[in-house]
Design a protein around this ligand. Structure first.
Ligand SMILES: [Zn+2]
Ligand SMILES: [Zn+2]
Ligand SMILES: [Zn+2]
Length: 139
């Protein structure tokens, strides 16, 4: 009985230590990152977790969901499908269907918000296919 109590105490101390280190580590994921992370249905496999019948979805690792940092926007390049025109993983959102942005944002002046360059085949390099750019950077 005593050993169980000791063990629980050790675990509790360990958890509090980890949480403390986690909240103090500014370069790594912070508590804010957890709060601002959204669990979204995987666009690539539409939440099934499978790519085809027998292969696990490589985007979400088979879970059917992806963790995405908020605020998020629907990916302009694939319009949220998670796939490019060839049916492969969208290079902009990596198959998630959404992209993380840093507010404030404005419509990309080069592509007009469609996230594609003039040929329509490649993603717009100015906004990296997101269709929006940081409103701060342009000033
Ligand atoms: Zn998936
Ligand atoms: Zn995309
Ligand atoms: Zn653009």
């Amino acid at each position: 009985m005593r050993s169980v109590v000791t063990r629980n105490k050790v675990i509790a101390e360990f958890v509090s230590k980890v949480l403390k280190a986690f909240s103090q580590n500014r370069t790594g994921p912070s508590i804010d990152d957890i709060l601002y992370t959204e669990r979204l249905k995987c666009a690539f496999c539409r939440g099934t977790g499978m790519n085809g019948k027998y292969v696990k979805c490589s985007v979400c690792g088979g879970s059917g969901h992806n963790e995405v940092r908020r605020p998020t926007l629907t990916c302009a390049y694939c319009r949220g499908n998670g796939r490019d025109m060839g049916g492969l993983t969208c290079p902009v959102c990596r198959g998630r269907g959404v992209v993380s942005v840093t507010e404030p944002v404005q419509r990309c002046p080069r592509c007009g918000g469609i996230g594609r360059n003039r040929t329509g085949r490649l993603y717009c390099l100015n906004c990296e296919g997101k269709g929006v750019v940081s409103a701060r950077d342009s000033k």
